[in-house]
Design a protein around this ligand. Structure first.
Ligand code: NAD
Length: 485
């Protein structure tokens, strides 16, 4: 049943799922009714205690089983992702990244049952034990740029912690839900504690109202709305938002390596990544050489058109974002920027495409240097020295991640430590796309809440309980006397 009736999500039910390669609307979104969603969430809550009672080792075993089932449907997942996003390589990488996440959480069960022995306290006759109790229901709300990866990156630790969870991916890219559901249904312990729902803003808002903890990945504007709503509902919201990542290239750096890494970091997934390199500051002494190397490589990168395997750059997935890319380019050209390679959004076969675009003569008064562009655009600025590079890199409201290329690790780290960003790739770019082991926080408008990365990311889904045990004398000094006065 869809949500077009009076008890449904009327606006969400009107949304259509589009094929980005052809531009054709393929089908209507299928949000639940409000009553149906309430029943689904009630069933999750009902099933959660048994999932929690399995213990960390039991839950880890179920996650390992899920990995086996996901491997069995990986071709269907890649096909569904390819349909909604128009690209293949990144779809394969998404499935591999999810299998990697399941392997990590499945291999290292984090015991949340609490400390067995009592720890001493300031009072010798009182000992403390502790436990971690999961929130009962986690909501995961995710964006369209990496549908499967970002729909599950918080789901997996939430499940490992003992939560039940509901995932609502972007209305733009929901097709992967069907094969994912099949994989979940093949794991009896997991099936009742995970719900996957289609929907847009209305369903997302309803989930914020209904959940005990929210993990949101998406734009700053929506993240703010989610945070405000979560505050009213009095639940924690962990936000992973947009970025405007800077790369810095200094003298002594391996320029071939820097050009390859930065081009990949800026154009993989057609630049539709929160952690895309969107600004590059190059020391004046190596600017010309670096620019030549980058342009040669960018020029050689083809579009994945007309075939999926024809080139590395897929279509722009969301027409609304394509319009933003056009606006940023137009604004930059009006203010004097010029493209050395690429330069426009093109329409091919009904889809929207953008070749890798290297811009020069840019400045921070341009939208392309200040706002998230989310396309394969690489604006280059020549800087006088390291101080200027650091000052410009930090001249942003975002702070997701960054990259530094220098003569050696120590030289790069000395610069990396001065950057206001949650993760800095050293002599590489965009490493948080693959490396999820290191704890990090997003700086500035790029996010709020606990780390999504690293073993500690499970802490977002539990509350710590303390048990204070009195093993001491019968009468404690602060008790009222036996005979009340
Ligand atoms: P978006 O903010 O438009 O939507 C994200 C999700 O929020 C979707 O599922 C959408 O249906 C839902 N939503 C919309 N309004 C809502 C509301 N009022 N309440 C609850 N949910 C609501 O983002 P998008 O356009 O899908 O994705 C692109 C953005 O995501 C970019 O800004 C990108 O940088 C960001 N992103 C961040 C990360 C990260 O880890 N920091 C990763 C990927 C993408």
């Amino acid at each position: 049943m869809t949500g077009s009736d009076g008890g449904g999500f009327a606006a969400d039910a009107l949304l259509r799922v589009r094929d980005p390669r052809t531009g054709r609307d393929e089908r209507a979104l299928a949000p639940p009714t409000r009553a149906g969603l309430a029943d689904t969430l009630a069933a999750l809550r009902h099933a959660q205690p048994a999932w929690e009672a399995l213990g960390a080792a039991g839950r880890a075993a179920a996650l390992r089983e899920l990995a086996v089932q996901i491997a069995l449907v990986q071709d269907e997942l890649v096909e569904a992702l390819g349909h909604d996003t128009g690209r293949r390589t990144e779809s394969v990488m998404e499935v591999q990244a999810v299998l990697g996440g399941l392997a990590r959480w499945g291999a290292a069960p984090t015991e949340t049952g609490g400390a067995a022995a009592g720890a001493p306290t300031a009072l010798p006759w009182i000992t403390a034990r502790s436990a971690e109790r999961p929130y009962q229901l986690a909501a995961v709300i995710s964006p369209w740029n990496f549908p499967l990866l970002l729909g599950t990156i918080d789901l997996i630790p939430a499940l490992a912690a003992g939560c039940a969870a509901v995932v609502k991916p972007s209305e733009v890219t929901p097709r992967f839900l069907a094969p994912l559901r099949r994989a979940l249904d093949a794991v009896p312990a997991l099936a009742p504690v995970v719900a996957l729902v289609e929907g847009g803003a209305e369903v997302g808002a309803a989930l914020v109202d209904a959940a005990d903890v929210v993990c949101f990945t998406g734009s700053v504007a929506t993240g703010r709305a989610v945070a405000e709503r979560a505050a009213r509902a009095f639940v924690p919201a962990h936000l992973e938002l947009g970025g405007k990542d800077a790369a810095i290239v200094l003298p002594g750096a391996d320029l071939q390596r820097a050009a390859s890494a930065i081009l990949w970091g800026a154009t993989a997934n057609a630049g539709q990544s929160c952690l895309s390199i969107e600004r590059v500051y190059v020391h004046r002494k190596v600017f010309d050489e670096f620019t030549g190397l980058l342009c040669d490589r960018a020029d050689a990168l083809g579009l994945a058109w007309p075939d999926l395997d024809a080139g590395g750059i897929g279509p722009l997935i969301d027409p609304a974002q394509a319009a933003v890319i056009r606006e940023h380019l137009d604004d930059a050209y009006e203010q004097g920027a010029h493209a050395l390679v690429g330069g426009t959004v093109e329409e091919l076969g009904g889809g929207l495409w953008c070749r890798p675009t290297v811009l020069t003569a840019v400045h921070h008064g341009m939208r392309v240097m200040a706002e998230e562009t989310f396309g394969p655009i690489v604006p280059l600025m020549s800087v006088y020295d390291t101080d200027e590079a650091v000052r410009l890199a930090n001249d942003t409201s975002y702070g997701l991640s960054a990259a530094v290329f220098a003569a050696d690790e120590d030289a790069a780290l000395a610069v990396a430590r001065r950057l206001d960003a949650g993760a800095v790739s050293v002599n590489d770019a965009g490493l948080t796309a693959f490396v999820h082991d290191a704890e990090k926080n997003s700086f500035g408008m790029s996010g709020l809440g606990g780390s999504r990365m690293g073993a500690a990311s499970i802490r977002r889904f539990v509350r710590r309980q303390a048990f204070l045990v009195n093993n001491g004398p019968k009468d404690d000094p602060w008790w009222w006397d036996a005979a009340p006065r």
